[in-house]
Design a protein around this ligand. Structure first.
Ligand SMILES: N[C@@H](CCC(=O)N[C@@H](CS)C(=O)NCC(=O)O)C(=O)O
Length: 211
């Protein structure tokens, strides 16, 4: 089994954080996504979505998407569960993963790709196309983040982490929401004290230390 990833890419780091939490070591092939290595053969045909990270199993099956890779790894390394233990916990982790990806992480990643000059002509991940960067994506991401955290704030009282009193893969996704906000200089809304405590806790966590 081999993981193809780029150590500087946020999505690559999401899987790295998961491996760190579980103390799993994998063979990793570093593909420099800034140089577009994942767009060259043989990688291009291995993962037709042309993004990192992706996992190649020993039978040749390729699994991409951070959460799907982590889900597979959880299945073969169940100890220190990060997708919840009981059926109820698993559904709650799934709910927060979806909320975080749909309402926060994806809008922020679009905002980055539509505003940072480096992403000109690579507005859509895994492409090199002449699509104009549109600043509206940043405005919309700020609206979505404000709404997202106003909702999260209400839901957080009495919980240590986003899904309850256990650390999960949803917290890892949450960390990358805060990291993208830092990059875009977007602040957590003032009234969201629970959210600020959550962020501070994540930034201190050993598995989430990146240069
Ligand atoms: N939805 C995918 C997103 C993967 C993704 O966007 N990866 C970025 C790195 S953070 C990438 O490969 N970009 C390559 C490029 O822009 O050409 C996931 O969750 O794994």
């Amino acid at each position: 089994m081999k993981l193809y990833s780029f150590s500087l890419a946020p999505n690559g780091r999401r899987v790295t954080a998961f491996l760190n939490e579980k103390e799993i070591e994998l063979d990793v092939v570093e593909l420099n996504a800034r140089k577009g290595e994942q767009l060259k053969e043989p990688y291009k045909s291995m993962n037709t979505f042309n993004c990192v990270p992706f996992l190649e199993l020993d039978d040749g099956t390729v699994i991409s998407e951070c959460l799907s890779i982590c889900r597979y790894l959880e299945g073969i390394h169940p100890s220190i569960p990060l997708f919840g233990e009981s059926n109820k916990e698993q559904a709650i982790v799934d709910m927060w993963c979806r909320r975080i990806e749909l309402d926060a992480l994806t809008p922020l990643f679009y905002a980055v790709r539509n505003t940072v000059p480096f992403f000109k002509d690579r507005v859509l991940a895994g492409t090199r196309m002449e699509i104009r960067q549109e600043k509206i994506f940043l405005e919309r991401a700020i609206d979505m983040i404000n709404l997202f955290f106003t909702r999260v704030e209400k839901d957080f009282s009495g919980k240590e982490f986003i899904c309850g009193n256990f650390f999960s893969v949803a917290d890892i996704s949450g960390f990358f929401v805060f990291a993208a906000m830092n990059m875009l200089k977007i602040e957590i809304p003032d009234h969201c004290n629970n959210v600020k405590k959550w962020r501070d806790k994540l930034f201190k966590r050993k598995s989430l230390q990146f240069d």
